[in-house]
Design a protein around this ligand. Structure first.
Ligand code: CA
Length: 232
């Protein structure tokens, strides 16, 4: 499972604890400490779930949640609010703002992880699923196998991750930079043209020439997994 999570929290010790435990589950985790920083990140990148502290420097958690819901691109993004004991009375307000779940600090780590998993399963079944299927294409995350029209497709690790990332959100256009961050990692410097090279390899492996192309090139923007792929 490779869901991408964003933590917005200003307590460093808590970030460490959450990050450690969520990474152990196989999630990709990024953390920012300020609300306004989170807003910038959310405008640039796509995430599968946001963990949002209530009291934050910059933009408050509740205001950020309201803005996440107001923006078309993030309106359905799953949000879990974190709050200190004593702020429980605010729970109703938090949920009214559009948070999907609400966890009171201090929390037990196993329960916390279970709540994150449960919300991902509910809201992003395509991210939680171990097998992604579109048309004649099948990607198995556990065995790292890809099959097309019943035949094995052999992909390198980067092509596999590219395909997995694209298949998670059919129709969504990803810029080269977003693909670099998601597949290669945010901390490595790689030329954006590398993405074109690997998309080219992926296409070649998926398509010996007669089958339809599941990947759409969006001129001037980037790449998307074809939304209509497999629908006829
Ligand atoms: Ca705080």
């Amino acid at each position: 499972m490779s869901a991408r999570l964003l933590i917005v929290e200003d307590e460093e010790a808590l970030i460490l604890l959450i990050r450690y435990n969520l990474e152990a589950e196989g999630y990709q985790v990024e953390a920012v400490e300020r609300g306004d920083e989170a807003e910038l990140r959310l405008a640039e990148e796509t995430y599968d779930l946001v963990l949002l502290d209530w009291m934050l420097p910059g933009t408050s958690g509740i205001e950020l949640c309201r803005r996440i819901r107001a923006r078309r691109e993030t309106a359905s993004l799953p949000v879990i609010m974190l709050t200190a004991r004593g702020e429980e009375a605010e729970r109703v307000r938090g949920l009214a703002t559009g948070a999907d779940d609400y966890i009171v600090k201090p929390f037990s780590v196993p329960e916390f992880v279970a709540r994150v998993k449960a919300l991902l399963r509910r809201s992003r079944p395509e991210v939680a699923a171990s097998v992604l299927i579109a048309g004649d294409l099948e990607l198995d995350r556990d065995s790292h196998r890809v099959r097309r029209a019943g035949r094995d497709v052999h992909l390198g690790p980067l092509e596999f991750r590219l395909l997995e990332f694209l298949m998670q959100a059919p129709g969504r256009v990803h810029t080269r930079e977003q693909l670099l961050n998601a597949v290669w990692g945010r901390d490595v410097y790689i030329d954006e043209r590398t993405v074109d090279v690997h998309v080219g390899r992926l296409r070649k492996a998926l398509n010996p020439g007669r089958l339809s192309d599941p990947i759409r090139t969006v001129r001037g923007a980037g790449y998307a997994f074809s939304e209509t792929f497999g629908t006829g």
